[in-house]
Design a protein around this ligand. Structure first.
Ligand code: GDP
Ligand code: MG
Length: 303
């Protein structure tokens, strides 16, 4: 583009969401594009529970990224609520990016999600082949071909969030698909999430590390109090970590509280840069019996 064209380029802004099976790298991509950790990532499937808005700023455009919990067949009330979060999100966005990893063959799960996109004709549809750092060039090319046979995409882009491959290209392509609009958010904002919610998510992410089976889905975190000390450079954070059963409580706390201390230390290391000062983190583990199935408890935990 020459300078004159640059100057006359209209500002574009709108909403983008990433869909795809659990673990395909949606949250990692959101964070990489925003340049800051706004969505937690985990090798455990289905750990994203909120529609988080990360905001990407460019001179001529702004992307509001909405991270979703992912589409799956619900088994609990929590599952149902998460699905309706996804549907509400998809109905509103300008672009839906369908993500498949470069290192796994297309499967029934991918096809199921691709078919769901029919229900949202308003959105432009982009396919992303993620994690290209994990696959050979030939495998990436094969995956691009497989994905292109699914539907007539607006564009298909291979990316790696981890090794920063084609992320600028992705942003440019997405901006080009946005409607003409002034910026939707002020230039300095990176997310709409409340600080307390981001802190809760960082604690939940730390707690998810190393736990197995159904436990990841049983963990919920609330931040009950945040106190900025006036006498010294310290923020005190009081948080509760909920599990569903006494046996899970033991696992989280660990022998002589060792595991909980590790979780606290890992979470604190992530929270301190976010609040910009040293943090004292008090973590209490509580049992909220069967909270995933109980409407009252779901409400209390913020769902
Ligand atoms: P989501 O469930 O789709 O949100 O997936 P996450 O973003 O939580 O990522 C799932 C796992 O894949 C994590 O262990 C990430 O570190 C890993 N991952 C994500 N993006 C990449 C990538 O570009 N390259 C590689 N090698 N790993 C990635
Ligand atoms: Mg995620």
């Amino acid at each position: 583009m020459n300078d004159a064209a640059q100057e006359s380029a209209p500002h574009r802004a709108g909403f983008v969401t990433f869909v795809g099976r659990p673990n395909v790298g949606k949250s990692t991509l959101t964070n990489a594009l925003v340049g800051e950790k706004v969505a937690i990532t985990s090798s455990k499937p289905q750990t994203t529970r909120r529609a988080i808005r990360g905001i990407v700023h460019r001179e001529h455009g702004q992307l509001v990224l909405v991270d979703t919990p992912g589409m799956h067949r619900p088994r609990t009330l929590l599952g149902e609520r998460l699905n309706s979060v996804v549907q509400d999100t998809l109905a509103e966005v300008d672009v839906i990016c369908f993500c498949v990893p470069a290192d796994e063959k297309l499967g029934p799960g991918d096809r199921f999600i691709n078919e769901q996109l029919e229900a949202y004709p308003r959105a432009r549809r982009v396919a992303l082949v993620t994690k290209v750092d994990k696959a050979s060039k030939a495998a990436v090319a094969e995956q691009l071909l497989a994905v292109s046979s699914l539907r007539d995409w607006d564009t298909i882009i291979p990316v790696s969030a981890l090794t920063n491959v084609q992320l600028d290209v992705l942003v440019d392509e997405l901006v080009a698909l946005m409607p003409e609009s002034p910026p939707l958010y002020p230039a300095e904002s990176v997310t709409e999430e409340q600080l307390e919610d981001r802190i809760s998510e960082l604690i939940r992410e730390a707690a998810l590390e190393g736990v197995q089976d159904e436990l990841p889905h049983s963990i919920a975190v609330t931040v009950d109090d945040m106190i900025e000390r006036e006498d010294k450079d310290l923020v005190e954070i009081y948080a509760n970590l909920f599990v569903e059963r006494d046996s899970q409580k033991g696992i989280i706390i660990g022998y002589k509280g060792e595991r909980l201390r590790e979780v606290g230390a890992a979470a604190r290391a992530q929270i301190e840069p976010l609040v910009g000062s040293p943090v004292y983190l008090s973590l209490r583990v509580k049992v909220a019996k069967e909270w995933q199935r109980d409407p009252k408890q779901l409400g209390r935990l913020g769902f």
